[in-house]
Write a protein that binds this ligand. Structure first.
Ligand SMILES: Cc1cc2nc3c(=O)[nH]c(=O)nc-3n(C[C@H](O)[C@H](O)[C@H](O)COP(=O)(O)OP(=O)(O)OC[C@H]3O[C@@H](n4cnc5c(N)ncnc54)[C@H](O)[C@@H]3O)c2cc1C
Ligand code: SF4
Ligand code: SF4
Length: 406
């Protein structure tokens, strides 16, 4: 190496604080590119000196350095972030509803944006044709393409790598990404006027974390599906929650339930940054969708197969108008959802938001780098988790550090 690596980028990588959004690659496309690491995550690799303004801009946008949420006058829920309205609903097109991860609401909104001419294209993530368990960022220009790329994919994605191409164009796009992808893109608005002009709509979904590709390989192993023989792989969808489904070269399929694939395998392979994520509910997006799980008698989510229902959170006035316009056009059906019911059906998101502070404290106590979070009610949420849960998470993170699992 004949150049000095970026110290800020290196600190984020050394601290395992990278979520793999690709924002750094967008800032320095000739110097930084995203690659699958040995442990199966997407990580930036620097190959040349970065431009002069890189360090300053990187520190403003990288979620491994800081995330600052500003409610800007909106109602700001301590657990769920800034929001204007919360509904549940589904695409009215039954094929789209079935094909989506939940109720296909996110895809219905995207198709509505395309068909009303509000945007010229959708930048989103779909399956990588060269690596069926992996992801690729694609530009969808019509309803068929949005349909083909629907469904959650529990594998690394870096939709901001290559975003500079769209910023240089004269068209308008909707962007769909993980909450951290959207927070990075939103932060770029501070120094790049093209972001708001080229991406008038940013959509996201609740995100419990990104598993390594090793997770999908473990699923394939348990299904008895050799990776070389797999021609396509769905993580879920085609039903709600739908099955993890590997299609083999002879056309046969192997399936595993969502509870076994996500609950039993994939969730164990989630990258460290996700365990200290304060924004798994997409506070920076215009609209966020999630699973509006039904609850059992104890209030816990149930995962039995049924017709899909998405939770639809409008976070900005623009997002609310988009949802209303899709309903008026007959693309989306919605009904009200009580905010206070959400904690019970999203126990993972609730727990993480309350316990982030304890996990950050473990990093601080051991002198490790940690991101700076503002606007997430960390102390208030930690207090509501109680002393025992906080201590357990503090000690658990310390244990991982001492065992060198971090
Ligand atoms: C890693 C991950 C973790 C999740 N965790 C939760 C959770 O904790 N709680 C919860 O309720 N829901 C979670 N979801 C979201 C949920 O599975 C549904 O996507 C969401 O409910 C919306 O469903 P839908 O039918 O409206 O969306 P769809 O119409 O199916 O659209 C899904 C959209 O997500 C995009 N997408 C899929 N995978 C990725 C990816 N890896 N990176 C970037 N974009 C992608 C697609 O391009 C598509 O535009 C998660 C999704 C992912 C990918
Ligand atoms: S979190 Fe995003 S911007 Fe930060 S180092 Fe990782 S890929 Fe780059
Ligand atoms: S949990 Fe947070 S950091 Fe991890 S991928 Fe999801 S939004 Fe990004």
């Amino acid at each position: 190496m004949t150049y000095k690596p970026s110290p800020t980028l290196q600190a984020v990588l050394d601290g395992q604080l990278c979520c793999g959004c690709g924002g750094c690659a967008a800032l320095a496309p000739n110097a930084v590119t995203m690659h699958i690491s040995e442990d199966g995550y997407l990580r930036p690799v620097q190959s040349q000196p970065v431009p002069a303004r890189f360090e300053e801009r990187f520190s403003l946008i990288c979620p491994g350095v800081r995330v600052t949420q500003d409610p800007a006058g909106r109602f700001d829920h301590p657990l769920w972030g800034p929001l204007i309205s919360m509904n549940q609903g589904h695409a009215t097109n039954p094929d789209m509803r079935r094909n989506g991860s939940s109720g296909g609401a996110l895809s219905a909104l995207l198709v509505h944006l395309l068909e009303t001419g509000a945007v010229d294209g959708v930048v989103q993530v779909g399956a990588d044709p060269l690596l069926p368990i992996g992801n690729k960022t694609v530009l969808s220009l019509n309803a068929a393409a949005v349909f083909a790329n629907a469904g959650s994919r529990y594998a690394p994605s870096a939709p901001l790598e290559g975003i500079d191409t769209y910023l240089d164009s004269t068209l308008r796009y909707a962007f769909v990404g993980k909450p951290c992808d959207v927070s990075t893109l939103r932060a770029m608005e501070a120094f790049d006027d093209r972001v708001a002009a080229r991406f008038p709509y940013m959509l996201s979904f609740f995100c419990a974390g990104v598993p390594s590709l090793a997770g999908a390989r473990e699923v394939l192993g348990q299904l008895g599906a050799p990776e070389d023989d797999v021609t396509s792989f769905r993580y879920r969808g085609d039903g709600w929650p739908g099955f993890a489904t590997a299609t083999l070269q002879d056309g046969t399929q192997r399936q595993m339930s969502y509870a076994d694939s996500w609950g039993g395998i994939l969730s164990r392979h989630v990258q460290f940054r996700c365990k200290i994520c304060p924004d798994g509910t997409g506070g920076f997006a215009d609209v966020v969708c999630a699973d509006a799980w039904e609850a059992d008698a104890r209030g816990y989510p149930v995962f039995i197969e049924r017709e899909g229902i998405s939770l639809i959170v409008s976070r900005t006035v623009k997002g609310l108008k988009l949802v209303q316009s899709a309903v008026a056009a007959g693309s989306l059906e919605i009904s009200g959802f009580e905010t206070e019911k959400l904690a019970a059906i999203q126990p993972g998101q609730t727990g993480k938001r309350r316990l982030v502070l304890a996990r950050l404290a473990a990093l601080k106590l051991t002198g490790r780098a940690l991101p700076r979070y503002r606007g997430f009610y960390l102390w208030r949420n930690a207090r509501s988790a109680g002393l025992v849960a906080n201590m357990r998470n503090l000690l658990g993170t310390l244990r991982r550090i001492w065992l060198k699992k971090l």
